[in-house]
Design a protein around this ligand. Structure first.
Ligand code: AMP
Length: 320
């Protein structure tokens, strides 16, 4: 059975974008293959971080994985830091990568620009990401544009390692992600709704109560068009298009809507209907943190078993 792998980094509270663009697809994929779904807590440390906040974010994201419908009976749920092979293979791949390659990584250039003291891990994290992938030998990695360059690097490292030391890694194909909604920020619909956004007003969090969802949607940027066709997706109306996409992705319909007020009410209702059962499940699961932790401990133990032979083969190949 083909393996698939998705990781979510616990920086900030997860958003409607994470649900519609990632978690939903992960839930749907559970029966289609041998799925590994992880919380990439090591990736949450590439910029300044607080230990207590990281711990809280890991607990929240773990609980949200289960509340969103990821099922430990059908998928392996794990924490990256509990599978030491991720860190160990990273070093071998750092001995395979060239600084010239890492210098070309766009995300490093963007996130590191103008920052006085950038952590070395921000520079090397694409290598950790390559280790995350190569340890599981998936045949393909579905990624969006922002991560494409990192998966190309992963392929380059795998090919170079294999040709230098012998065939250890499967070279993964880069494929397009499962079609999932791309949710834009309600205040700046030109950018993706992001869990690490500085301004919260345009970001719907999965744990936002209904009145907060209502307020954020009510303030969403729309358009000045008041004509009969106002509620219609169009390239020059990114805010309206985004609300319509959210409405459809949440199971609502724009049929018969003629005003932005009506559109916003419909969006609020549809989003709240999607979030309510998830929040109810979250509250129940959050009351039993030991259960949630045990699910991830068991999944991480399986990952240690799965990754051990790959790391051992890589060690032996380089002469360790
Ligand atoms: P991130 O929150 O950027 O670490 O992304 C975690 C996962 O959620 C990735 O699969 C992203 O593609 C997905 N994701 C994040 N934000 C959005 C968004 N606004 N719309 C759709 N998918 C998203």
């Amino acid at each position: 059975m083909d393996r698939s792998l998705s990781l979510i980094t616990p920086t900030g509270h997860l958003t409607l974008g994470n649900l519609l663009g990632a978690l939903r697809g992960m839930v749907a994929a559970q029966d289609a293959g041998d799925c590994f779904f992880g919380i990439s807590d090591l990736h949450a440390m590439t910029t300044g971080h607080e230990p207590a906040s990281l711990r809280a974010a890991v607990a929240e994201v773990s609980t949200l994985f289960l509340a969103a419908g990821l099922d430990p009976a059908r998928a392996t749920l794990f924490r990256q830091s509990q599978v030491p092979a991720h860190r160990e293979l990273t070093y071998l791949l750092e001995c395979t990568a060239y600084t010239g390659e890492l210098n070309r990584m766009i995300q490093f250039k963007e996130k590191g620009r103008g920052v006085a003291s950038t952590r070395a891990s921000l520079y090397t994290y694409p290598v950790l990401m390559a280790a995350d992938i190569l340890l599981y030998r998936p045949s393909s990695v579905p990624v969006g544009d922002d991560q494409r360059q990192h998966v190309e690097l992963t392929r380059d490292l795998a090919i170079r390692f294999n040709s230098t030391y012998g065939p250890v890694f499967t070279v993964p194909e880069v494929t397009l992600p499962r079609a999932g909604a791309r949710v834009m920020d309600l205040q700046s619909p030109g950018s993706k709704m992001s869990k690490s956004a500085v301004a919260d007003a345009g970001v719907i969090r999965l744990l936002d109560p209904p009145d907060v969802v209502r307020r954020k949607v009510a303030r969403a940027v729309t358009d000045s068009d008041t004509g009969p066709d106002a509620v219609r997706a169009a390239g020059d109306k990114p805010g309206v298009t985004n609300l319509l996409d959210i409405l459809t992705a949440c199971g609502g319909s724009a049929d018969g809507l003629t005003t932005y007020g009506a559109l916003k009410s419909a969006v609020t209702e549809a989003v709240v209907a999607v979030l309510e059962p998830l929040q109810k499940a979250y509250t129940e699961l959050a009351a039993d943190p030991a259960y949630v932790a045990s699910v991830f401990a068991a999944g991480s133990a399986r990952c240690r078993d799965v990754t051990a032979p790959v790391l051992a083969a890589a060690d032996a190949a380089v002469g360790l």
